[in-house]
Design a protein around this ligand. Structure first.
Ligand code: TRP
Ligand code: ZN
Length: 877
């Protein structure tokens, strides 16, 4: 293992920048092998700093020349470090002119300026701008940018950057140019350029104020038939931000560009959002309902960043959740409002809870656990996490829950009024909320500073004679790396009581049936009078806080909640609790070699729900999905992935067998003939129909197989086609012909080929050897993150029973590919590295193999900081 530990950056070490930048003029002579970047910055000393040294960041670029206030600097006048350029004791006012070289075609990291399918794109967040030019590449340095792009006109007919196009024309030698000005001050991470062969769908759109703006969605030729939904989502986003928050688009032109090689989902560059094609391109033949929903959410997310992120940005990267948590909250609300109904809203909420449990709780309980506002990091790219994003969104949602809708809106208004044009902190946001509402939110700060998932334990007593119900809530949070003990959180617990008939009981004289209890101490008692009958508590309604709530429910109480709770999220939750207890029991039975049995009471509850026509199909689908294998794993002291898989398969098969006719009816009743529409009602029907098919395929007979094959062949949309194929693959039936037909039909549609790889990687009978075979396929490449994810991540994260093969072959495969990816794309490699986060929780025999694999990666030469941080944290005690 290597001994030189990488440098850790601490939040407490923040100092203001020594110099501020006023203007930036960038000139690009774009060439894949040798791009020349000329950068002219005007800087002045920051009165808030005592330091008179100018520190510029730079990485993987070649310095050609540097001039200060008109005079060329010789190497003795600056210090060129590995990643910095320092000018000691600079004058108060400085104009720097810097010329550098870079090679975009060799840039496989997809950070900085790179080439994808022959065109130029940039990605600067978090620290990619320094891979383009020397600059104080930190978010609290905000400046106005002018950009001149020059490139071959034939190869790169479209030249885009932030803001407004102010000039364009032709140059000698078949080149052309375009000049862009962004009138708004921005941090360097929001800079972007695109020089590409693209086409666009465009539209003039009138804002509420009457101002007209130009909206464009840019894609490669041949994809214009897949841009409608992104454009519609953009218009919906603009309208929604006006209506719900009073926030208007500030530019005259707003562009979305889709690129096939991209590390994450999308990027909110000012006026020029750059997207992973996955979150732009959709038509009924190629995209599923889930893909459509993803496009709406991500288009919204990036658009909403214009205010929460761009106009008001982060002081430093420790404050990342200031923009990400808030913007995820905003996109969640947007998606919910777009559905519009209460039950549709609940379904989006259930999805959010599922993501938290599936991904964030494990992160909070593992070696990479960190607070929503981290205290330190080695590589900031490793902190674009579910904790910062999704738990961060939960933290914002808790303000809403505690303050109410009006005060929360006042807090948002105050936040913008105070901080527009500034780079600020999470504390500034909390202060705005506190000042606008008059509430004391000091204890609430611990949601930002303490990592780990709090466990809230509830107990209750009912005194029938005096009609008094007492609820005791206690909280405790497990230790996390660097935080052995925790102080109590300020936890909003939405609470109600159900009577024997299933209806809500009034909790006070006003007749309220849901109250927000505020748990502040370690243990508190809440007392309710006039409770006329023995109730069943409905706790944490709407999932009012990101905690684990424990209450000693009986099965009868859970069935009661599952049937009647007026809060749909808790209805769903009761079903999950019922299913989880059975999954844990069955897993134990598998391990003991005992006979497996599923009680009829549980199946009867599932049956009643499936047959309840008063419920939306989308909700019924959610309620019938069993907790995933990894969520079950998270509940086990010692994880046995194969036993979990066997137990869950048994449960699915038993449900399928007992409820065969009900499932067949649901399958038939939820067909959506006619023209495809991704709206929530149709998508919900398809979801329930395809869930029914998946269940039926867990106990397949001739009839069921015929239905699935017929659906695959006759499908008029990708949701139905892919669902049928996945269901068939999971039966173990021979589907070689179908897989081949699917491949042939969609050859050239990269996003569909990704699905083709992913569905095979996640199949229960796909072992390591088969994945290695798939990697030999001519369409496979590690260089495109979407493709790498479709095979490697789908296998390592989505196929636990095979990944955790007892001989350790899955881990060997993992190590080999983390190392390969490390050399190409450290960000993606580090994401894959995290598949091993929870290794200490596994069966000791598996742990031996896991440790070997982790140590192999840790010892690999030329390890990036990204991967090194992840594996060394996993190995440390
Ligand atoms: N800020 C972007 C978002 O929230 C995500 C992002 C951060 C990103 N770093 C990135 C995207 C690196 C691509 C590459 O949507
Ligand atoms: Zn974001």
């Amino acid at each position: 293992m290597r001994t030189d530990s990488p440098q850790t950056i601490f939040r407490k070490d923040y100092t203001p920048p020594s110099y501020l930048v006023e203007t930036v003029e960038l000139g690009f002579d774009l060439d894949p092998a040798r791009t020349i970047v000329a950068n002219r910055v005007t800087m002045r000393h920051n009165p808030d700093s005592k330091n008179r040294d100018i520190v510029l960041h730079g990485e993987d670029i070649e310095l050609v020349a540097i001039r200060m206030n008109g005079t060329e600097l010789n190497p003795g006048q600056y210090i060129l470090g590995a990643t910095t350029l320092t000018i000691k004791g600079a004058p108060l006012n400085v104009v720097l002119e810097i010329e550098t070289l870079c090679a975009p075609q060799d840039n496989t990291t997809l950070s900085g300026l790179y080439v994808s399918n022959g065109s130029f794109y940039t990605q600067c967040e978090a620290e990619g701008f320094r891979r383009i030019t020397y600059f104080p590449d930190r978010p609290d340095v905000m400046a106005v940018y002018t950009v001149m792009l020059r490139a071959d006109k034939e190869k790169y007919p479209v030249l885009l950057s932030n803001g407004n196009l102010v000039e364009e024309g032709t140059l000698p030698d078949g080149r052309h140019y375009a000049k862009w000005e962004d009138p708004f001050k921005k941090p360097s991470y929001l800079f972007a350029l695109v020089a590409a062969r693209l086409v666009c769908q465009e539209e003039r759109y009138t804002l509420k104020s009457g101002r007209e703006v130009l909206l464009q969605v840019w894609v490669e030729d041949g994809n214009l038939d897949k841009t409608d939904y992104a454009m519609q989502s953009l218009k919906n986003s603009i309208r929604w931000d006006e209506e719900r928050w009073g926030l208007e688009l500030d530019l005259d032109r707003f562009m979305i560009v889709a690129v096939g090689d991209f590390n994450m989902g999308a990027m909110e560059n000012k006026g020029l959002n750059i997207f992973n094609t996955k979150f732009v391109l959709a038509n009924p033949a190629t995209a599923t309902d889930v893909d459509y929903a993803g496009i709406e959410a991500v288009v919204g997310h990036e658009y909403f960043h214009n205010w929460t992120g761009n106009r008001v940005t982060c002081r430093d990267w420790f404050q990342l959740s200031l923009k990400e948590g808030l913007t995820v909250f905003r996109d969640q609300e947007f998606s919910a409002d777009m559905i519009g109904t209460d039950s549709g809203r609940a379904v989006t909420r259930i999805d959010q809870v599922r993501t938290l449990r599936q991904a964030q709780y494990p992160e909070d309980a593992g070696p990479m656990a960190h607070p929503v506002r981290p205290d330190s990091f080695v590589e900031i790219n490793n902190f674009y996490t579910v904790t910062v994003y999704e738990k961060g969104a939960e933290v914002v949602r808790m303000y809403l829950t505690l303050l109410g809708r009006d005060a929360f809106r006042k807090g948002m208004d105050l936040y913008f009024a105070r901080h527009d044009g500034q780079a600020v902190t999470c504390d500034d946001f909390r202060q705005a909320m506190a000042d606008a509402s008059g509430r004391d939110l000091s204890q609430f700060e611990r949601w930002y500073s303490q990592a780990g998932t709090p466990v809230v334990t509830a107990t209750s007593t009912y005194d029938a004679e005096n009609q008094v119900y007492e609820l005791t809530l206690a909280q405790q949070c497990p230790p996390t790396p660097g935080q052995p003990t925790k102080l109590p959180f300020h936890i909003p617990v939405a609470f109600g009581l159900l009577g024997a008939q299933g209806s809500d009981l009034p909790l006070n004289a006003d007749g309220d049936t849901t109250l927000i209890l505020e748990l502040m101490g370690e243990r508190e008692v809440f007392r309710f009078e006039g409770i006329a009958e023995q109730p069943v508590p409905s706790l944490l309604r709407g999932f009012s806080a990101p905690v684990i709530l424990e209450y000693p429910y009986t099965d009868e109480e859970l069935v009661h909640l599952f049937r009647h709770d007026s809060d749909p999220v808790n209805r769903w939750e009761a079903g999950q609790r019922l299913a989880m207890s059975r999954l844990l029991d069955l897993t134990a039975a598998v391990q003991q070699g005992a006979g497996l049995e599923l009680d009829y009471g549980f199946i009867a509850a599932q049956r009643a729900l499936l047959l309840d026509d008063t419920l939306d199909a989308a909700f019924r689908e959610q309620a019938l999905i069993l907790p995933s294998e990894s969520v079950v794993a998270d509940r086990m002291e010692v994880v046995d992935p194969r036993a979990i898989h066997t137990a869950r398969q048994f449960m699915r098969k038993t449900i399928a067998t007992v409820l065969r006719s009900e499932l067949l009816n649901a399958y038939a009743a939820n067909d959506t003939p006619g023209e495809y529409s991704p709206d929530a009602v149709s998508a919900g029907k398809r979801g329930l129909k395809n869930l029914a098919l998946a269940y039926l395929c867990a106990a397949p007979d001739e009839h069921v197989l015929t239905l699935a094959f017929r659906q695959f062949e006759g499908a008029t949309n990708m949701t139905d086609r892919a669902s049928a194929l996945v269901a068939l693959i999971h039966t173990g039936a021979n589907v070689d012909a179908q897989l081949e037909a699917f491949y042939q039909q969609f050859d050239g549609e990269a996003l569909v080929i990704d699905k083709w790889f992913a569905m095979q990687a996640g199949a229960p009978n796909t072992d390591v050897a088969r994945v290695r075979e798939l990697m030999q396929h001519p369409s496979f490449t590690l260089k495109t993150p979407n493709r790498a994810r479709s095979l490697l991540f789908s296998f390592c994260n989505g196929n636990p029973a095979q990944f955790h093969a007892p001989d350790g072959s899955g881990y060997e495969f993992w190590a080999e590919h983390v190392i390969k990816l490390n050399a190409l794309n450290p960000q993606v490699a580090a994401r894959l590295a995290r598949s091993m986060d929870r290794w200490r929780r596994y069966d000791p025999a598996l742990q031996v193999h896991m440790r070997t694999a982790l140590e192999r990666v840790a010892a690999a030469p030329k390890l990036s900081n990204d991967v090194l941080e992840v594996v060394s944290k996993a190995l440390s005690n």
